[in-house]
Write a protein that binds this ligand. Structure first.
Ligand SMILES: *[C@@H]1O[C@H](CO)[C@@H](O)[C@H](O)[C@H]1NC(C)=O
Ligand SMILES: *[C@@H]1O[C@H](CO)[C@@H](O)[C@H](O)[C@H]1NC(C)=O
Ligand SMILES: *[C@@H]1O[C@H](CO)[C@@H](O)[C@H](O)[C@H]1NC(C)=O
Ligand SMILES: *[C@@H]1O[C@H](CO)[C@@H](O)[C@H](O)[C@H]1NC(C)=O
Length: 638
């Protein structure tokens, strides 16, 4: 059965890449159009879901909505996003004929699952397969599971041909075959008191999983646990639906549903504030959680710094002063409008699947005094290995140059979790640290006996005394363990928090926008490596900006319309939405200057077409605008 355009239908193996590509060109595929479902709306209409039932209920939603002075309803649409990692999916499989062993070099965030899945496809035990990863040219979640199908196909080829096989997808193949970030739809009903306090929040969340479930349940769960963003609501009901459609299987992408959940909330905040005619920032500030309150999944907030960060960014960005300057600018300019937005965020740190919150490490000290460490995490440009080397050097109290890390491999550390969920430095770091502590303890008597000697001499002495200079380390995150049925137990080990304030200018005539300034603050605790963390924040922010402005995924081949497709670290990613909400603010000014005070429901991404249309002036009114349901895909017919 084939479910989507781009699904792999076979494998061609050739001596060279050029021959293989030529052969692919000779394959004739006959397509016939079958009944299909592409968008979330079509899935809802046809009742096309994966059978999962997720809900989080706190308080009494009916009573809360009844007691509210105002009840607002709306819909929020959020589009997908292509990972566009620097290196496309790539795998090399080398069969070792003697003992039916296979060596896999894969650009995967998940060496263990690659190993286990290839073993099951070949019908052999996992102990005959080693998956090695030196580093990836970026992953962003796109290689957490969607890297595995390529390894499976190649493994079957290598099994039959008894030869090494390598494949690296071309960019277009990669985009067509592998999944993207999930598009989401939120349908909400929110009750508010007349003094602007949130009282009840009833949200139906839909995500477009594509043709297979893959990680979509976990992505849905994370959106459901982040739909409060930073706001306290006493009565909450969140129901999650997973739509089954005939597109590529959507998958993990930095933020993993969290940004989509928070995007729904912040749209709710804006639309309610506009409808009530109150200032959205006052509305936000009034509803921020305070220390000790419980989230809708009943986690008590400890070390809660969002109100402080929010006020700090507000002050440091000179928010009030610039608000006045922007209002003045907007009153003097008809075709250029500026907007300002200040957005808070929290992001829960832990895998929502409890068993994944574990990590292992293996550390050898060679008797020349050099140290080799291995751990379960994969390096993909995020600087994980650098942090692990720092932790090992600090725990063993040796210079950084003494410690080396060769690769991630399943025969060094087994049963590893995917490098994902922003936990990898934490869990692998503890595992490395635990292994190094064991070794430091064994070397302690020698360090005490010979305090003036070098590490090399100390190690050498221990070796001659037959001390074991290898150790493995293990870590499991304590305290956590949430029960979805009972809404009890701790979901996240902790939260990473931040806020960003962005000013933009839009060109009302073209829908183009320019970011004029962003002030951003993240609480990253005690940083292991400041330079890496700043890089991660900047990278995540920019990727978040792309997600909610210029990157749009379209699935609608339609000759009659003009398409404008622009195929182009987790917690800060959502702050990219400060650009989106600043754009929204600018659009509001543009509409007001046309005496249009109606609340705008802006779908993400806010592409130039969307911005242009949302300004909704005389010129737009003369165009016939046709909107395709779902995906935030719009078609313009003039
Ligand atoms: C979905 O529902 C519509 C309207 O009822 C129908 O026309 C269409 O054939 C259905 N699609 C599939 C794939 O069943
Ligand atoms: C929420 O958690 C607290 C402990 O933090 C517990 O006392 C309370 O019973 C829980 N509430 C619900 C509704 O499960
Ligand atoms: C407020 O921001 C200004 C600069 O914009 C800074 O000089 C001042 O120290 C800040 N005040 C607080 C309390 O952070
Ligand atoms: C690896 O995981 C399997 C099952 O998931 C378990 O049986 C085995 O004990 C684990 N091994 C280690 C070293 O943790």
């Amino acid at each position: 059965m084939h479910y989507y355009t781009g699904q792999i239908i076979g494998l061609i193996v050739a001596e060279t890449q050029a021959i293989a590509q030529e052969a692919v060109g000779l394959v004739k595929v006959h397509y016939s159009e079958l009944p299909h479902i592409l968008s979330i709306e079509e899935a809802i209409e046809n009742n096309s879901y994966f059978p999962v039932n997720r809900r989080i209920v706190k308080g009494d939603i009916e009573k809360g909505l009844e007691e509210a002075d105002f009840v607002f309803e709306g819909e929020t649409r959020i589009g997908g996003q292509e990972h566009f990692y620097l290196e496309t999916q790539a795998t090399l499989i080398i069969p070792k004929l003697e003992d039916k062993e296979f060596e896999i070099h894969s650009s995967t965030q998940n060496p263990t699952e690659t190993q286990i899945t290839v073993a099951s496809v070949l019908g052999i035990d996992a102990n005959r397969i080693v998956c090695r990863v030196k580093r990836l040219g970026g992953g962003f979640g796109g290689k957490e599971t969607r890297s595995i199908p390529l390894s499976l196909a190649l493994a079957v080829g290598a099994w039959h041909l008894k030869k090494p096989i390598r494949c690296m997808l071309d960019r277009d193949e990669d985009i067509i075959i592998s999944g993207q970030r999930h598009p989401f739809l939120g349908r909400w009903k929110v009750g508010v008191t007349k003094d602007g306090k949130l009282l009840a929040m009833d949200v139906q969340i839909y995500n477009n999983g594509g043709w297979s479930a893959d990680l979509s349940v976990a992505v849905l769960e994370r959106s459901m646990t982040h739909v409060d963003n930073c706001y306290y609501v006493p009565n909450v009901r969140i129901i999650g639906h997973l739509c089954k459609t005939n597109i590529h299987s959507n998958t993990a992408f930095r933020g993993f549903g969290g940004p989509q959940g928070m995007m729904i909330t912040e749209n709710i905040m804006c639309e309610i504030a506009d409808s009530m005619g109150i200032d959205v920032n006052d509305f936000r500030e009034k509803n921020l959680y305070v220390e000790g309150q419980q989230t809708h999944f009943n986690q008590t907030l400890k070390d809660w710094h969002v109100p402080l960060i929010y006020r700090q960014v507000k002050n440091d960005s000179e928010f009030e002063k610039r608000r006045e300057e922007i209002d003045k600018f907007n009153s003097e300019h008809k075709w250029r409008k500026r907007g300002l937005a200040l957005i808070p965020t929290k992001f829960g740190i832990s895998f929502t699947a409890l068993h994944l919150n574990q990590a292992g490490a293996l550390v050898h000290i060679y008797h020349d005094g050099s140290v080799l460490i291995s751990h379960g995490g994969v390096e993909m440009g995020q600087g994980l290995h650098t942090k692990m080397l720092q932790i090992a050097a600090e725990t063993l109290d040796v210079p950084l140059e003494t410690v080396h890390l060769m690769e991630t491999a399943t025969n060094l550390v087994g049963n590893t979790s995917a490098t994902a969920a922003s936990v990898s430095s934490d869990i692998n770091g503890y595992a490395v640290s635990n292994a190094c502590k064991t070794l430091a303890e064994r070397l302690k008597p020698y360090r005490e006996k010979m305090p003036d000697k070098s590490f090399k001499e100390i190690v050498h002495a221990a070796y001659f005394d037959r001390v074991n200079l290898s150790a493995n380390g293990f870590y499991k995150t304590p305290d956590i363990g949430y029960n979805w049925d009972k809404n009890e137990g701790q979901m996240f080990f902790y939260f990473t928090m931040g806020a960003a304030c962005t000013e933009v200018e839009i060109d009302v005539l073209t829908g183009d926008h320019t970011i004029l300034r962003t002030d951003l603050c993240m609480d990253i605790g005690r940083s292991i490596n400041y330079a890496i963390d700043v890089g991660q924040i900047e990278g995540a922010f920019v990727q978040g900006v792309g997600w909610c402005t210029i990157e749009e995924t379209l699935h609608f081949p339609n000759g009659h319309t003009i398409h404008s497709s622009k195929g182009v670290g987790e917690p800060p990613l959502f702050l990219g939405s400060s650009v989106f909400f600043a754009i929204r603010d600018a659009i509001k000014s543009a509409r007001q200057s046309n005496n249009n005070g109606a609340t705008v429901a802006l779908s993400s991404p806010a592409t130039p077409e969307i911005i242009r249309l949302a300004c909704d002036d005389e010129i737009v009114k003369n165009c016939k605008v046709e909107r395709k349901d779902g995906e935030s895909a719009w078609a313009l017919r003039v």
